[in-house]
Design a protein around this ligand. Structure first.
Ligand code: 1PR
Length: 543
């Protein structure tokens, strides 16, 4: 059967298209209201702002056709904002009514006790008391969410609907909702691994609501809610001396072998390794193009092809870093950062990670007296694609001091003392892959980029990178205390215990590693089972 895609052109739908095709279905794009009237099965991935999505539906003349289609109980699946528009409205756009098929309204998560947006793997546990399976949703499965607004769950309001919920802090929200042939998920099935593909398949094949044997109460109430800690596999990618794109890995950012000739270490092919990590249970895959400061025409950037290929088989979020900034091609063609990012999103990336450019932007922010000017890569990309799509990658190096009074920079006490027994250090931000230190400390950087609208911090530490000696707990904790956005701890992971430390002692939201996964020293599954044994919530490998 042909599936019709209602795409309003607002973001990365390559992954959804790939997911549907991987399940053996053909997709066609809706181009007119008539296409909606004639469709047999519609997928609606709403992306971006609620008001904008509703207004675009109206402007294109689709809203009435969608209303007719849903009223006739024909198969329709909304995703993310595509779920929210089925409700009466959203706090995000107070003056714009939703389609109104489901009672209730989306509200912004309360950020007093937790980071907003809510990013990561959470439950969609079915609440209804009936004995049936709802689109293959399983109580212990985890699904990938990225959103700031959600419909709060109130038991009394759901008569006649099958509802699945997640919980975030002390808020319970709608993760999925179904009635007849109408199904909608707040999470992204195309980014939710095996569990996501299972629910998508149920919709595509018309197996939404079916009776199951067994005890419904047990299924409904035994699920663990809440956001999981994420385990991220990171692939540093560059061309080796023969010109082939390889995954490499440095020790304190030096990626060349210590032997004579010093070749670039080659740990595998990017697309193959990403697929392996997906199958092993990585919650996200990050690619860093580590020699992006070299000039290449934008369209020839080999990472675009890596992303296109990877997104065909990897159904968890993909982040791409390296070279996200304003670019001028060797022939003089100028590309603003938002255009560079767009090319990556269209190739399958869910987030872009900005390193060097964010340090330079922070310098200017302080030079202007902490004023935003709206022109930075972070601001322009966050405006166009949402804050959740913008990660800032930090490459700090310790500068040891005997006493904090020796510097105006923010100092902390790392676990390791300096070469002369110093107990304090400030963390200097670097650019160009650690090649150049700037007069900005990590505290200054992360607070500035949070103000600019970064959605997440990827916190490396050059002193720890490749050492297998554990994350820099003091640094991670210090950054967690300074910002509200999620922090991914990176650099130094050597064993599962290190992840537990960084989650429990430093409060990291995600742990990222490279070397131990590339060298097959510690499988991702071992990290997760260790964390489960310690009572931390993680996503199971089988989804
Ligand atoms: O500055 O926006 O063009 O982005 C360049 C990106 O490339 C930055 O995110 C920067 O971190 C990264 N990068 C540049 N040079 C290197 C290098 O290694 N020579 N890699 C580099 C950064 C650090 C992590 C690594 C963790 C975990 N590598 O990505 O994966 O430290 O490693 P471990 O688990 O083995 O300890 P821009």
């Amino acid at each position: 059967m042909t599936i019709h895609l209602l795409d309003l052109g607002a973001g990365n739908i390559r992954s959804l298209v790939n997911a549907v095709e991987s399940l053996g279905h053909k997709l066609e794009w809706i181009k007119s209201a008539e296409d909606i009237d004639n469709a047999e099965r519609i997928l609606f991935p709403g992306v971006g702002n609620f008001g904008h999505v509703m207004q675009t539906l109206e402007k294109k003349g689709y809203a009435d056709a969608v209303r007719r289609y849903i009223k006739a109980d024909r198969p329709f699946m909304g995703i993310c904002v595509g779920l929210q528009v089925l409700f009466e409205g959203s706090e995000e756009s107070e003056s714009v009514p939703g389609l109104g098929f489901i009672p209730g309204k989306a509200k912004k998560f309360d950020s007093a006790d937790k980071p907003v947006p809510h990013i990561g793997w959470n439950s969609a546990a079915v609440r209804s008391k009936t004995n049936r399976s709802v689109y293959g949703l399983r109580p212990h499965s985890k699904y990938y969410y990225v959103h700031s607004y959600a419909v709060p769950y109130r038991e009394s309001e759901w008569e006649g609907w099958d509802v699945a919920t997640g919980s975030y802090g002390n808020e319970q929200f709608i993760g999925a909702v179904a009635k007849g042939n109408l199904y909608a998920t707040q999470f992204h099935p195309e980014k939710s691994g095996v569990a996501g593909l299972r629910t998508l398949k149920a919709f595509l094949e018309g197996n939404g609501l079916s009776s199951i044997s067994g005890n419904a109460t047990e299924i409904n109430e035994n699920s663990e809610g809440g956001l999981t800690k994420r385990i991220i596999a990171c692939l540093d990618v560059r061309a080796n001396d023969a010109g082939d794109l390889v995954v490499t890995k440095g020790d304190q950012y030096d990626v060349r072998e210590k032997t004579e000739g010093g070749e670039v270490r080659n740990l595998g092919k990017p697309v193959e390794l990403a697929k392996r990590y997906y199958q092993d249970g990585a919650d996200e895959v990050t690619f860093l193009n580590i020699t992006s400061f070299r000039d290449t025409p934008l369209a020839d950037t080999p990472m675009l092809e890596v992303l296109r290929k990877t997104s065909e088989t990897v159904f968890v979020p993909l982040t791409i870093g390296g070279g996200i900034r304003d670019i001028t091609d060797p022939d003089g063609t100028f590309h603003p950062a938002v255009e560079v990012a767009e090319l990556y999103f269209k190739s399958g990336a869910d987030k872009v990670s900005i390193g060097s450019d964010s340090v330079l932007a922070a310098e200017q922010y302080y030079a202007r007296g902490k004023k935003l000017d709206g022109t930075t890569a972070i601001e322009s990309i966050a405006r166009a694609y949402g804050v959740q799509a913008v990660v800032v990658s930090v490459d700090p190096k310790r500068v040891y001091v005997k006493d904090p009074s020796e510097t105006t920079h923010h100092c902390i006490q790392p676990q390791d003392k300096g070469p002369n027994g110093e107990e304090w250090a400030w963390y200097q931000c670097t650019i160009k892959g650690g090649r150049e230190g700037r007069d900005v400390d990590v505290r200054q950087l992360v607070t500035a980029v949070e103000a600019m609208g970064a959605g997440e911090i990827l916190l490396n530490c050059m002193d720890k990178d490749g050492t297998n000696s554990g994350f820099d707990l003091a640094l991670v904790k210090d950054v967690k205390d300074a910002v509200r956005i999620p922090v991914i701890a990176s650099s130094g992971a050597g064993k599962p215990e290190h992840f537990e430390e960084v989650f429990n002692q430093a409060g990291a939201d995600a742990g990222l590693a490279a070397g131990i996964f590339h060298r097959r020293e510690v499988p991702i599954g071992d990290v997760k089972s260790y964390l489960t044994g310690k009572g931390l919530l993680v996503r199971d490998e089988d989804g």
